[in-house]
Design a protein around this ligand. Structure first.
Ligand code: GZL
Length: 311
């Protein structure tokens, strides 16, 4: 079953401490661990009582965690939905008990927009576009001429970042690279290192002449690097690699020349989340989408950036 923990805040500004129920996707990647740390430390800092549940990437665990937060009458429920569909019923139960819901990181597809107040998170479609744009720079720097055969390691099937990163990347491909870029193979690696390694090994069997790997997160890219090296090829040279996230291990791989560029996806959502949770509890209106700030990095920026990376 999923693990649930709760730690009392360090005493808020008088009055009843705000209690926040948070359902986290799991602990599948370096990004997720950094996101969890940010949520927990920001809740402590804000003096909130945090009830935290790790769903181990299973939607049913998130749904039962949300149900238990409702039963415990928490003030606000926040969660990062592992996939975009299947939330209406449980969110309607929260609405019936007048418990506001805040989404962080990933969004949901719902016919009833009143089921959540706001999303604190990145624009994944834009991350996909940025990945394609930075790939143009990587190809130019590598002096690549002619057609480009691309392998894509997709995130968790049905998850917003997987759907939207693929969509944004394809938008740029269709607009600017109809004649020279082709995604020859694409499959989910479930955002994990093991998944990236396993699927990349299979890609190399069926498509030994891949020029580029676009991985939806650093962890799958790092797993893929192991498979590429096992196949006797040089990651970052024989196969150019672009990933998303910007976790420390991604920057290390980039400083070693094994990843060519990284599109940052900021996991440090804790402070923004706590700020919006207080406003929501106080009945203030908040923006529908509170976007995180993030940038992109080429390989030659890795060494200099590493010491100041916060996650
Ligand atoms: C993106 C987040 C994704 C990361 C992965 O905001 O949902 O999930 O890109 C993580 O590393 O597993």
């Amino acid at each position: 079953s999923s693990s649930t923990s709760s730690d009392g805040g360090s005493g808020g500004s008088g009055g009843k401490k705000l209690t926040l129920g948070f359902s986290q996707v799991g602990s599948e990647s370096g990004w997720r661990s950094a996101n969890t740390d940010s949520v927990k430390s920001a809740a402590k800092e804000a003096g909130y009582t945090l009830k935290f549940s790790d769903a181990q990437q299973k939607q049913e665990n998130q749904i039962s965690a949300i149900r238990s937060f409702i039963a415990q009458k928490v003030d606000v429920i926040a969660f990062s939905p592992v996939v975009v569909t299947g939330w209406d019923a449980v969110l309607k139960e929260a609405k019936a008990k007048k418990i506001p819901v805040v989404l962080t990181d990933r969004s949901v597809d719902t016919s009833d927009p009143s089921l959540f107040v706001t999303l604190v998170g990145s624009d994944f479609t834009d991350e996909g576009r940025r990945a394609a744009k930075i790939l143009e720079k990587v190809l130019e720097k590598a002096g690549h001429k002619g057609p480009v055969k691309i392998a894509q390691l997709e995130g968790t099937t049905g998850a917003a970042p997987a759907i939207e990163r693929a969509k944004g990347f394809k938008e740029v491909m269709d607009a600017d690279h109809k004649d020279d870029w082709k995604i020859v193979v694409s499959q989910t690696g479930d955002f994990t290192r093991a998944g990236g390694k396993q699927v990349m090994a299979a890609f190399l069997q069926s498509n030994p002449d891949i020029d580029v790997l676009f991985a939806h997160n650093d962890d799958m890219g790092i797993g893929a690097i192991q498979a590429i090296e096992a196949a006797g090829k040089k990651p970052g040279k024989d196969i150019l690699i672009v990933t998303v996230d910007g976790v420390k291990d991604g920057f290390v791989a980039m400083s070693e020349g094994k990843i060519n560029a990284i599109v940052e996806c900021n996991p440090l959502l804790g402070p923004q989340l706590m700020e919006v949770v207080q406003k929501v509890k106080d009945g203030e209106t908040v923006e529908r989408w509170i976007k995180t700030k993030e940038s992109d990095f080429m390989q030659d920026q890795a060494k200099e950036a590493l010491p100041t990376r916060k996650y």
